[in-house]
Each structure stands twice: as structure tokens, then as C-alpha cells.
Design a protein around this ligand. Structure first.
Ligand code: ADE
Length: 223
């Protein structure tokens, strides 16, 4: 999968992409992530990328010209399945959306800033808008990192069997069961006996029950 990101603050995106599982996925060639600095596509002398909004009002707006310059430059080399704008008024990210996006070959992600981007970009160039929650961030970078992390870990070969994405919370609209590791007893707090029994069938049944109970209690909306 190829993921291109357009951002005004590339360094804000970099760290999460360069650690642990995401770093390994890129090194193995399972995902190719490229960051493009929006400012490089400004034709202004001072590399301006934002301006006051028509009609007045607080907050700067990212201008259409550098964004379209950048999108068109990238589109000349790559055919994108989706051009995604990270925005608090987009569709709310969930596991289904991450699954869906993980099946795409090439995606382009645009990170907004300030008051947002010129609406004409959204109307004519963006194919999908994604929000990571009902709150407003200072820019789309952190949101893009969340989206990329949740998508990349679903790509074949990125996780090994032990960390398989199939058993994640939300993957079947259920919360995961509790997990424990050694020691089996710590200051009188014991691991449920059944997990030490070695009986795979009983353990699987217990995990399913726990999943159902947890989902009922914590996220009844999922059921
Ligand atoms: N940009 C600013 N806030 C955001 C949010 N909640 N989700 C996605 N992009 C954003």
C-alpha cells in the first residue's frame, strides 16, 4: 500500500511513523509512506499557504492553489483510490472504516490547519473525509497518524500471529476479553483459574463470554 500525506508540519507526522510496528512495516516494504510539505507547492514569494476568509471571521484558511498544485503533482505519478481530508466534521473513524481503507492500494491524505481548507478543494478533489472524534485538534496530523496506524496494522504481514488483528476489540463489533501474564498470583490477586487449565475449548468459551459481558457493560451500542 502507498500512503501519501500532504501536511504543513511534516515533522509532527514523522515520529509515530518511525517506531516499532509501523517502522518495520515500511522497512519490509509492506507500506510505503511519503510526506509532502504543502509549503513547497506555494507559488508565493514568501511561501504563503493561508489567507483570511472571505466574508470576515476569525481564523486563517488554507488556500486552494498550493493544495491543488500538490494534489495534481502527486496524481500525475500515482492513481489514488481515495483522497482523504482529515476533518472534525468528517465520518467518524471506526474499525470498519479502517478495514475498508486497508484494502486500498494508494491513498492520499490531506491534513488541514487553522480554520480549515478552501471549500472548493473539498468539493472537487477530496473523495472522503475522516474525523477521529468529536473534538477539534490544532491540525490534521495527529488524526492522520491515528488513521494510518489503525490501517497499516491491518495490512497482511504487518502483525505476526501473536498480535494478529483478527482478535482486536471492535474487529467483530465486540470488546476484547481481559488478558493476563505472569505471575499467576501477585499480592493475592489471582489470574482466573480457567486460563491456567490448558483446556483450549473452555478457555475459548470463557473469552467469548467475557467479550459479550464487557461489550454489554461498556459499549452496549455495539451489540
Ligand atoms: N482536524 C482537527 N480536528 C480533527 C479531528 N477531530 N479529526 C480529524 N481531523 C481533525
Amino acid at each position: 500500500m502507498q500512503i501519501d500525506i500532504i501536511s504543513l508540519l511534516p515533522s509532527l507526522l514523522e515520529s509515530p511513523l518511525n517506531h516499532s510496528i509501523l517502522k518495520r512495516a515500511q522497512n519490509k516494504g509492506l507500506v510505503n509512506i511519503n510526506i509532502h510539505n504543502l509549503r513547497d507547492y506555494s507559488t508565493h514569494k514568501q511561501k504563503q499557504v493561508d489567507d483570511y476568509q472571505y466574508g470576515g471571521g476569525a481564523g486563517m484558511v488554507l488556500m486552494i492553489e498550493p493544495i491543488v498544485n500538490c494534489i495534481e503533482y502527486l496524481k500525475a505519478a500515482t492513481k489514488y483510490d481515495d483522497i482523504i481530508y482529515m476533518s472534525p466534521d468528517g465520518e467518524l473513524l471506526n474499525q470498519n472504516i479502517s478495514n475498508e481503507i486497508s484494502l486500498k492500494k494508494n491513498i492520499l491524505i490531506l491534513c488541514g490547519h487553522y480554520k480549515g481548507i478552501d471549500e472548493r478543494v473539498r468539493e472537487h478533489f477530496i473523495t472522503r473525509e475522516v474525523s477521529i472524534g468529536d473534538y477539534v485538534l490544532t491540525g490534521g496530523e495527529l488524526a492522520a497518524n491515528v488513521l494510518i496506524d489503525s490501517v497499516a496494522r491491518l495490512l497482511p504481514g504487518v502483525l505476526n500471529n501473536e498480535t494478529s488483528a483478527l482478535e482486536d476489540s471492535f474487529q467483530d463489533n465486540m470488546i476484547s476479553p481481559p488478558v493476563y501474564t505472569r505471575p499467576s498470583e501477585f499480592r493475592g490477586m489471582k489470574v482466573p483459574e480457567i486460563l491456567l487449565s490448558g483446556n483450549e475449548k473452555l478457555i475459548q468459551n470463557w473469552r467469548t463470554e467475557q467479550s459479550i459481558e464487557r461489550t454489554k457493560k461498556r459499549r452496549p451500542d455495539l451489540l
